[in-house]
Design a protein around this ligand. Structure first.
Ligand code: NAD
Length: 253
C-alpha cells in the first residue's frame, strides 16, 4: 500500500495547520493550500520532521477556477488524494443585526465557506473515483457549532455552515457505495486568529459556564479528531457529525 495523502485547505495557520500536523503524525503525506504563505516554511519543517512529505499550493478556494490546479498540485506531488479536509473558512465580515445584513458580505462568506468547499470537494471526489486506491479515503468538512446554533449577529456564517452540514450528508450518500467516507467536524470556541478579537469576551463567557468543559478548544483538539477519522478505523461510519465543543452545543444554561 502506498502512503496515504491528505489535502488540507486553509492549512497555513490555526485549525488547518493543526489538522495538517496531526495527519502528518498519522503518517500522511500532506498538501496544504492557503491564501497566505506566512509560516509555511516552519510548517514544512514540522511536517517533514514527522518523516512524511509536504507540498504547498497557494490558492483562494473561493476562486472556482483554482480548483483544478489545487487537485493537480496534490496529484502531481504525491499521486493521490486519500483525505481531503475542507477547512478554509472566514467569519462574518461584519457582525451585526441580520436586518442590516449586506448581500456583498453574505456572498463573500458563502463564496469561501460554502461554494469553495462544495466545488473543491466535488473536484476531489471525482479524482478519488478516477483513482481507486487501497488506502481508506475520506472527506472531512470543518463546520461549526454555528451549523445548528443560531446567532442573529452572524446569520451569514451560520447559514454557510448549516448548508455545508447538509452537503456533508448528501455527499456521504453519493460516495458511500465507493467506500469514501464523508464526515462533519463541528468545533465550538477554538483559540485561533479567527477568535482573537473576541478573546476576552469568550474568556468571560467560558468562566461563567458557557462551555461545560470549562476551557477553550485548541486547534490540536480538532487535529486529533480529524486524524482519528482519516485513519480509517471507523470503517462503517460516514455522514457522521463529531461535536468538538466541550458540550457547548448540548448545554442548557
Ligand atoms: P483562521 O482564520 O485562524 O485560519 C483560517 C485559514 O484559512 C487561514 O490560514 C486563511 O488564510 C485560510 N483561508 C481563509 N480564506 C481562504 C480562502 N478563500 N482560500 C484559501 N484559504 C483561505 O481560522 P480558524 O479558526 O483556524 O478556522 C478554520 C476553520 O474552522 C474555519 O472553517 C472556521 O469557520 C472553522 N471554525 C473555527 C472556530 C473557531 O472558534 N476558531 C470554531 C468553529 C469552526
Amino acid at each position: 500500500m502506498s502512503r496515504a495523502v491528505a489535502l488540507v485547505t486553509g492549512g497555513a495557520r490555526g485549525i488547518g495547520r493543526a489538522v495538517a500536523t496531526a495527519l502528518a503524525g498519522e503518517g500522511f503525506d500532506v498538501v496544504v493550500t492557503d491564501l497566505r504563505d506566512e509560516g509555511v516554511s516552519r510548517l514544512r519543517a514540522d511536517i517533514e520532521a514527522a518523516g512524511v512529505r509536504f507540498a504547498f499550493h497557494q490558492a483562494d478556494v473561493s476562486n472556482l477556477a483554482s480548483h483544478a490546479a489545487i487537485v493537480d498540485a496534490a496529484l502531481s506531488a504525491f499521486g493521490s488524494i486519500d483525505c481531503y479536509v475542507n477547512n478554509a473558512g472566514i467569519g462574518s465580515p461584519v457582525r451585526g443585526d441580520l436586518l442590516e445584513l449586506k448581500p456583498e458580505n453574505f456572498d463573500r462568506v458563502m463564496a469561501v465557506n460554502l461554494r469553495g468547499g462544495v466545488f473543491l470537494s466535488q473536484a476531489v471526489a471525482r479524482a478519488m473515483l478516477e483513482r481507486p486506491g487501497a488506502n481508506p479515503r475520506c472527506i472531512v468538512n470543518i463546520t461549526s457549532v454555528s451549523a445548528e446554533m443560531a446567532s442573529p449577529e452572524r446569520a451569514d456564517y451560520c447559514m454557510s455552515k448549516a448548508a455545508l452540514s447538509m452537503w456533508t450528508r448528501t455527499l456521504a450518500l453519493r460516495l458511500a457505495p465507493h467506500g469514501i467516507a464523508v464526515f462533519e467536524v463541528r468545533p465550538g470556541i477554538v483559540a485561533t486568529d479567527m477568535t482573537a478579537a473576541a478573546r476576552s469576551k469568550y474568556d468571560r463567557l467560558i468562566s461563567e459556564g458557557l462551555v461545560p468543559a470549562g476551557r477553550w478548544g485548541q486547534p490540536e483538539d480538532v487535529g486529533t479528531a480529524v486524524a482519528m477519522l482519516a485513519g480509517g478505523r471507523l470503517g462503517f461510519a460516514t455522514g457522521s457529525v463529531i461535536n468538538l465543543d466541550g458540550a457547548l452545543s448540548i448545554a442548557r444554561l
